[in-house]
Design a protein around this ligand. Structure first.
Ligand SMILES: NC(=O)c1ccc[n+]([C@@H]2O[C@H](COP(=O)([O-])OP(=O)(O)OC[C@H]3O[C@@H](n4cnc5c(N)ncnc54)[C@H](O)[C@@H]3O)[C@@H](O)[C@H]2O)c1
Length: 348
């Protein structure tokens, strides 16, 4: 791969994509985004860039997918119904997006001469694991359908691996930090939004481990994976990407510390029960050893940059960021026409 590669980013208008696409452009790549734009488009400020092409379309639409793959060297496949509650709202539709159309997308990519397929998996594939820390040799034991299909998706992609078609699955921890398409339904971001908007933090459960990674580091990693000459021994494999392994209570304390100091306040933390039992700790040594990749952002950076945006008035057009559907995938699907758009989308 070279800096002149052309990369297809499915789901590139979303939370991660809106931070990743500018990084790929800055690295010299051409970028085509294929996204149904179910959320406010996080790429609006980049649309003048002549190396960026944004296609509004559904990954279940075979002709659009095949067209979008023309001239593409690498696919970064982010498009998905991207959390458990959203997935569970309409499991059949979610399945059609997260797994049923993947064989067509990946096979078409290979057939069209694309040389690398980078799949956005999730560390949630590990589920509840008795091991103190899980590395990539541990079995996947997903406890939700969203995670189960992430794990199945890895296999579909890996099965196509050969010397002309490199594949890798990125098992990302829960992502945190600011993006032009902000999500406040992710642990660190949600606790920070709660401290800022409500002046209090409510922790659900608290003892579950929730590994986190800053969005800036995850996007740096995707860029490295897209730009390397070869994936070498990583091809056909999954890699863990988690910066820290904290419990939700520990994250809440970090949020409190940063927000208290930033705004000179004293945000109380309360705890309530949850049925969300997912808990795992990630070992990300493979990524460090094989790619020489090191994290540069801490969780505090994510909290701080959301405070900065809050202070600068970025979220002022929202009555309440904790209930504004733009920032919450589940609420967006419920109130918007997304559900209709998803259901009426082309089937694979
Ligand atoms: N955010 C996290 O903490 C996290 C952690 C691990 C893995 N991931 C994975 O990373 C990927 C991106 O996550 P995100 O946080 O940016 O989510 P997001 O919901 O912000 O972005 C997903 C994008 O996919 C698009 N999309 C959904 N269905 C589509 C379809 N049928 N056709 C075309 N586009 C479609 C949406 O419009 C959206 O822009 C997902 O696959 C998610 O499962 C995310």
């Amino acid at each position: 791969m070279t800096e002149h590669s052309t990369i297809l980013v499915t789901g590139g208008s979303g939370y991660i994509g809106a931070q990743l696409v500018p990084k790929l452009l800055a690295a010299g790549c051409g970028v085509r985004v294929l996204d149904a734009q179910f959320f406010p488009n996080g790429l609006d400020r980049l649309l003048e860039n002549r190396r960026l092409e944004v296609v509004r379309g559904d990954i279940r639409d075979k002709p659009i997918v095949e067209d979008s793959l023309r001239g593409i060297d690498t696919v970064i496949h982010l498009a998905a119904v991207a959390n458990d509650p959203s997935f569970n709202l309409d499991p059949e539709v979610s399945r059609s997006i997260n797994i049923d159309c993947l064989p067509h997308l990946a096979r078409s990519a290979k057939r069209s001469g694309c040389q690398r397929f980078i799949y956005a998996s999730s560390a949630s594939v590990y589920g509840i694991n008795a091991e103190p820390v899980v590395d990539e040799t541990q079995p996947c034991m997903p406890v939700t359908d969203y995670s189960r299909y992430k794990a199945e998706g890895e296999k579909i992609v890996f099965d196509l691996t050969d010397s002309s078609f490199e594949t890798v699955a990125v098992r990302a921890a829960t992502v945190c930090g600011w993006s032009p398409r902000q999500r406040f339904d992710l642990t660190v971001n949600m606790l920070t939004a709660s401290a800022l908007a409500r002046g209090q933090i409510t922790v659900f459960g608290g003892d579950q481990f929730r590994p986190s990674v800053h969005i800036g580091d995850l996007c740096r990693l995707y860029t490295v994976l897209a730009q390397r000459d070869s994936l070498d021994t990583l091809s056909g494999r999954a890699i863990n990407v988690g910066y820290t392994n904290h419990t939700v209570s520990e994250i809440a304390t970090q949020v409190k510390d940063v927000v208290d100091s930033y705004f000179n306040v004293n945000v109380p933390i309360s705890t309530t029960a949850t049925d969300d039992v997912r808990s795992y700790r990630l070992d990300s040594r493979l990524m460090r050893e094989e790619l020489g990749f090191n994290f540069v952002y801490a969780i505090r950076d994510a909290i701080l940059e959301i405070c900065d945006r809050w202070q600068s008035g970025w979220f002022n057009d929202s009555a309440d960021v904790l209930t504004d559907p733009r920032y919450h995938n589940l609420l967006n699907i419920r109130v918007g026409d997304w559900s209709y758009a998803l259901r009426s989308g082309p089937s694979c």
